[in-house]
Design a protein around this ligand. Structure first.
Ligand code: ATP
Ligand code: MG
Length: 389
């Protein structure tokens, strides 16, 4: 039996005149993830995207698994394609949906006829299809409010499609339609989740990671690469830029008051990330900060961090509990990698008593007195680039 995949696009529908652009980006993103699995034709009409295989041996389970991670899709279903004739529909529906109908107790039929030349109206299609299903599966009863299986019959311009119980898609809006931003990525639990959340809002990511060898090991950096590979299953391929941070941290240790180490380090990260963002055509910074989680994430500390950059900073986790963040990290399969015990540059030279209410004026004075600019320049000259696929 010939099958296709029908995808419903979501918020795209709200975008008025931009809708075409959104749909084009979505189709391109879908193509990128499924093209290694075979040749497909991807088209769209009436807020539905159609994936039609051009070869026979399609691994549909794998196609569905990949499509389920593409942002911009609300739901999708595998559907049988049949001739645009009532007899063909009545023959195909019970056969194609046999598995689901056998184990269900209740069902209903919904019909949609966008090809108005089809000689039967929707209520007639429903009644006829419901009739043959009841004949073939006499244990079933009809429940129009809360059925176990909803059988959809769609009579469209290009053909008739039969499907049931659509699968939930990834939601969000297509990556690449929301602009570009830099995600400050550590090896922790939070920043990969923040990356996923902003990609879900359509943002194309460039990752920036600060490494302080020999205080941090190559294994720690390699862990970040693995985390980004998991994130890229949703966010698409991205560039990772590693910043050599050792000299800056050593200067911080030598020339700044200990209780301000963390806050000045956070400011340096923001300033360097802004410069990298500008070089890479990115208009915002993203961090995994969450209010009150640690000393550097109090209102006062975040205020001092923010002042270091005039770029907009997205903190998608700001109002979330740790457990809520962990739940998402399980869902996107980054949790197990995140908890591997490698050191991060944030844990190098941590002060015993960090300021939770730093005074901006003193922080800025201490930072200026130390004079980080030549070392920032040097770090920017020595960036390492890795492509995450
Ligand atoms: P995470 O779980 O993401 O590491 P966290 O709760 O441990 O976050 P911090 O370590 O203070 O908090 O880091 C706060 C944010 O700063 C991180 O979410 C990340 O965006 C950024 N960050 C921390 N360390 C690094 C690093 N080595 N390279 C790039 N960004 C970093
Ligand atoms: Mg961390």
């Amino acid at each position: 039996m010939k099958e296709i995949l029908l995808l419903k696009d979501g918020e795209i529908v709200l975008k008025g005149l931009n809708r075409r652009t959104f749909e084009d980006v979505l189709k391109k993103n879908i193509k990128n993830v499924i093209s290694p699995l075979g040749r497909f034709e991807i088209t769209s009409a009436q807020s539905t995207i159609y994936i039609k295989p051009l070869s026979d041996d399609v691994d549909w389970d794998e196609v569905c698994e990949r499509v389920a991670r593409v942002f911009g899709i609300v739901s999708f279903s595998r559907a049988a394609v049949c001739e645009k004739k009532l007899e063909a529909v009545l023959e195909t529906a019970p056969k194609y949906l046999e598995k689901q109908l056998k184990i269900a107790k209740t069902f209903k039929v919904e019909a949609k006829r966008s090809d108005k030349s089809f000689p039967y109206k929707s209520p007639e299609i429903c009644a006829e299809t419901g009739g043959v299903i009841l004949e073939k599966f006499p244990h079933l009863t009809v429940d129009v409010h809360n059925p176990d299986v909803t059988v959809y019959v769609e009579i469209r311009d290009f053909g008739a499609y039969i499907h049931a119980n659509p699968v939930k898609g990834a939601g969000g809006i297509p990556v690449g339609t929301g602009g570009k931003a830099v995600i400050l990525i550590s090896g922790g639990i939070d920043s990969p989740v923040a990356a996923y959340m902003m990609a879900k809002r359509g943002i194309k990511l460039t990752a920036v990671h600060f490494a302080s060898p020999p205080y941090t090991s190559p294994r720690a950096e390699e862990k970040v690469v693995r985390l980004l590979q998991k994130v890229s299953l949703y966010a698409g391929p991205m560039k990772m830029i590693t910043v050599p941070f050792t000299a800056l941290q050593e200067k911080l240790r030598d020339d700044c008051p200990e209780e301000l180490f963390t806050i000045i380090m956070r400011r340096l990260m923001m300033q360097i990330s802004q410069r990298i963002a500008e070089q890479n055509d990115c208009a915002a910074l993203i961090t995994g900060e969450s209010l009150g989680q640690v000393a550097s994430q109090t209102i006062g500390a975040l205020g001092c961090t923010d002042e270091a950059t005039d770029m907009v900073v997205f903190r998608p986790l700001i109002g979330m509990d740790k457990q809520e963040i962990i739940d998402i990290s399980y869902k996107i399969d980054t949790y197990e990698t995140s908890i591997e015990p490698y050191e991060d540059c944030c844990t190098v030279f941590t002060p015993k008593h960090p300021r939770t209410r730093p005074v901006l004026k003193f922080v800025k004075e201490a930072q200026e007195r130390a004079g980080f600019e030549p070392l920032i320049e040097e770090a920017l000259q020595n960036l390492k680039i890795t492509f995450i696929k």
